[in-house]
Write a protein that binds this ligand. Structure first.
Ligand code: NAD
Ligand code: MG
Length: 398
């Protein structure tokens, strides 16, 4: 019997890397369902190649397109349409493992549905934890789901922490751990001053020195808001208070993160910057399986540098720490504002340096709202919607 895998966001960077790893192990994994928001032709190719039983499309127009490009003589998968179908497919009894690889808060309902259904959840979609960390982790605990972090830093930390071959949610910080140390490449603008970045283009911001990724996370890496989202992600995944999560810049992206123990030991995970390593780790856990990633030649690479991030150069990182300390509502506002700002920047409608300003203004707005309880996914989505509306209103204000 193979492990049946569903990939939410299969046409993206993580989705494609996941299919690459799965294809190396036909005796071990099969594909149950695939989903995409755009690139319907690629989705059809993936469905033909994997023999997926189900595909999930955003709307009827995409379904028409999918049928039109489907080759004659090949059995067509079941087509499901819309966000509700996406969440239902994540919880579908037809699959065992769900790769949550949709970008942004749009990935939250699917990831949460998979957790509630007790699946093995391979979580790439960090925005789900940023917006709804407590709900998500409660769902994992209540259902007994297995949660394996795919973000390379958190996957590294997971590997460096003691565990008993199970991937359950922790009740508190692991015994004997002093700090988690997240590494950050510093992105394409690591050595440039903030004041020199007014005119950078989306292509310059997306030209990451070490990783090839989707455009949104590439911009997040340039601003280092990505590392801020990852601090919040680590807080939830490892039940670690903010003051025990440290960020260090490591331009080579060879050390993927570290755990510092009470006795002074620092345990690190190293490897090439290729997401197929954490993906294979999550798919195979607790076994180690081939990922297609080459050997790490330390003698050839030679240098491993580390430096403290300059918060003046990376104001978004400071804003994320501020949001984490302020609480769940601020984290929702931080993520919502960032999605609006990065979208506008990628579309050529916003200066790079205005991203941090929009996020800061949205956090200030959130701080003035009357406190509301975030007890359900509807509460999360409602605050997310209001924060987006506020952010748009200041961005488009005359
Ligand atoms: P991507 O942009 O390459 O792909 C995103 C996928 O989500 C695509 O399949 C797209 O069709 C789908 N999608 C987009 N909007 C959607 C919507 N509204 N509804 C349903 N589906 C939608 O992104 P990526 O780089 O693969 O990143 C995916 C997630 O993984 C992000 O949360 C990112 O932060 C995280 N992540 C990515 C990397 C990486 O190396 N790419 C590393 C760590 C974490
Ligand atoms: Mg990461």
């Amino acid at each position: 019997m193979t492990v049946r895998v569903t990939i939410l966001g299969s046409t993206g960077s993580i989705g494609q890397s996941t299919l690459d790893v799965i294809a190396r192990h036909p005796d071990r994994f099969s594909v149950y369902a695939l989903s995409a928001h755009s690139r319907i032709d690629l989705l059809a190719k993936q469905a033909v190649g994997t023999g997926a039983a189900v595909v999930v499309l955003p709307d009827d127009a995409a379904a028409v397109r999918f049928r039109a490009v489907w080759p004659n003589g090949v059995a067509m998968p079941e087509i499901r349409v819309g966000p509700r179908a996406l969440a239902e497919t994540a919880a579908d009894p037809g699959c065992d493992t769900v790769m949550a690889a949709i970008v942004g808060a749009a990935g939250l309902p699917g990831a949460l549905a998979a957790a509630r259904a007790g699946k093995r959840v391979l979580l790439a979609n960090k925005e789900a934890l940023v917006a709804a960390g407590s709900l998500f982790m409660a769902a994992v605990r209540d259902s007994g789901a297995e949660l394996l972090p795919i973000d390379s830093e958190h996957n590294a930390i997971f590997q460096c922490l003691p565990h008993d071959g199970r991937a359950s949610a922790p009740q508190g910080p692991a015994a004997g751990v002093r700090r988690l140390i997240l590494t950050a490449s510093g992105g394409p603008f690591r050595t440039r001053n903030w004041s020199d970045l007014h005119d950078v283009t989306p292509d310059q911001a997306c030209a990451h020195p070490n990783w090839s990724m989707g455009r949104k996370i590439s911009v997040d890496s340039a601003t280092m808001l990505n590392k801020g989202l990852e601090v919040i992600e680590a807080h939830w995944l490892f039940a670690m208070p903010p003051e025990r999560i440290n960020v260090v810049i490591h331009p080579q992206s060879v050390v993927h993160s570290m755990v510092e123990y009470e006795d002074g030991s620092v345990v690190a995970q190293l490897g090439q910057p290729d997401m197929r390593t954490p993906i294979a780790y999550g798919l195979g856990f607790p076994d180690r399986i081939a990922s297609g990633v080459g050997l790490l030649d330390l003698a050839a690479g030679a240098r491993l540098d580390f430096e403290t991030p300059d918060l003046g150069r990376f104001p978004c990182l400071a804003l994320a720490f501020e949001a984490l300390r302020a609480g769940q509502s601020s984290c929702i506002a931080l993520n919502a504002a960032n999605e609006i700002a990065v979208d506008a920047f990628l579309a050529g409608r916003l200066r790079y340096t205005a991203i941090a300003r929009l996020i800061g203004d949205t956090l200030d707005w959130q701080a003035q709202q009357t406190a509301s309880v975030i007890g359900s996914i509807d509460d999360v989505l409602e605050l997310d919607r209001r924060a987006r509306a506020f952010c748009r209103s200041i961005h488009f204000a005359p």
